[in-house]
Design a protein around this ligand. Structure first.
Ligand SMILES: [Zn+2]
Length: 141
């Protein structure tokens, strides 16, 4: 059983994430920085309005980054292809939990971060000793 991470973060993933974050930032930068010829902000934002926009952008970018990072962890080959996982409670090697068709079981869940909630699909394992289902992502259960 491997616990080290060997999932792949491709250039395409990186480009897509950068593009998404860049687009979000550009919209906000434009709203904050744009000035008409007489120096007015066309969106009529005073400083506290611009401050709120900047703060929200920070949170949105952080949420995007955390979301991507969590999906990446969950989709890592070591998680997806593992035939067993060590139980976080008792340390025993546990088999994949099975759904009613005998396939690897997954659970839809939400992971709460400091900036929001990320919907995830968690692969599940079953510990017969603890009689509990668990996911390799320790913060998820
Ligand atoms: Zn256990």
């Amino acid at each position: 059983m491997k616990q080290s991470r060997n999932g792949k973060w491709t250039q395409d993933n990186l480009d897509r994430l950068e593009q998404k974050m860049g687009q979000k930032s550009r919209e906000v930068i434009q709203r904050m920085m744009l000035r008409t010829e007489d120096g007015q902000n066309p969106y009529d934002l005073d400083f506290s309005g611009r401050e709120a926009l900047a703060e929200r952008l920070g949170k949105e970018v952080a949420a995007m980054l955390l979301d991507e990072n969590l999906q990446y962890d969950l989709m890592a080959e070591v998680v997806q292809e593992a035939s067993s996982w060590k139980c976080p409670r008792c340390g025993q090697d546990c088999p994949s939990h099975r759904d009613e068709h005998g396939n690897d079981a997954y659970e839809d869940a939400e992971i709460k971060t400091k900036v929001g909630k990320t919907p995830v699909k968690l692969r599940l394992f079953w510990c017969g000793k603890c009689r509990k289902v668990f996911s390799p992502l320790p913060t998820a259960h």
